[in-house]
Design a binder for this molecule. Structure first.
Ligand code: MG
Length: 252
């Protein structure tokens, strides 16, 4: 029975000392306490105007379609002329040979000045992220359509916040920041994909949660996937084909 008294005795004498050692007066905050200096963000040289920064992968610089292929794995054959590529609707979609996870993508596109047609049949194309999720490309200059299918929409899901469309014949710019999803074992999302889109420098998708695939008919489907290419849509609408230029991407 001596032990508990011994411990009690020890406790009475030592605990205040221990308390003093474990709970020192907090040091007053200094500026340096909330600063960290490493790891340092990599230094990159920003492009002048819309030019690619130094760490970008150039997907199209006006010279050739070497970075692009088709669903059949054959060379992409859209027309390249004067630093611009133009859809050849007889050749179908093109997609990058490279596959990507999360990224920042810059792409410029132009609706022909003499475009005809209405609603979805007027300059329809699209930028597919990881070959799964379409950011719509369309002539949305004075061309009503369903709003979750106009330019800047996550197709059939989320309309753009505003309509920042330039006139046919002028160049539009998309800057797309995409966060790839993470899947559970059962093939459902642990984390959804997210997308932020600037259309001509104007925010049109603000960290938008993507619900699933961007289906023409029906609602989004969740399909497990990994890294994927960027796909550019050759849409079957009868209007004149649209053009692209200055396409670059930064992996995140
Ligand atoms: Mg489309």
């Amino acid at each position: 029975m001596k032990t508990p008294f011994l411990l009690l005795g020890l406790g009475l004498t030592t605990l205040p000392v221990l308390a003093q050692q474990n709970d020192p007066e907090p040091e007053p905050m200094r500026p340096g306490m909330s600063e960290y200096w490493n790891p340092k963000p990599a230094v990159v040289t920003p492009g002048v105007t819309m030019e690619a920064p130094s760490d970008a992968i150039i997907l199209f610089n006006g010279q050739n379609l070497d970075e692009w292929t088709t669903d059949k794995g054959t060379p992409a054959q859209w027309k390249v002329e004067g630093n611009v590529m133009t859809i050849d609707k007889s050749k179908g979609d093109i997609l990058t040979k490279r596959k990507f996870n999360s990224f920042q993508l810059h792409i410029e596109w132009r609706i022909p000045k003499d475009i005809q047609g209405t609603s979805q049949a007027r300059g329809n194309s699209g930028v597919y992220l990881q070959d799964m999720y379409e950011v719509q490309v369309l002539d949305s200059y004075e061309n009503p359509t369903y709003v979750n299918g106009q330019a800047g929409s996550v197709y059939k899901q989320t309309p753009p916040l505003v309509n920042a469309m330039r006139k046919p014949g002028e160049w539009n710019v998309y800057d797309i920041i995409y966060t790839a999803p993470v899947f559970k074992e059962d093939g459902t999302y642990l984390y959804h994909p997210y997308v932020t889109v600037l259309h001509n420098g104007v925010l049109v998708q603000n960290h938008t949660e993507i619900q699933g695939t961007t289906e023409y008919i029906g609602f989004p489907k969740v399909k497990k996937h990994g890294a994927g290419p960027i796909r550019l849509q050759s849409h079957g609408d009868p209007s004149a084909p649209i053009s692209f230029r200055n396409i670059w991407i930064r992996e995140l």
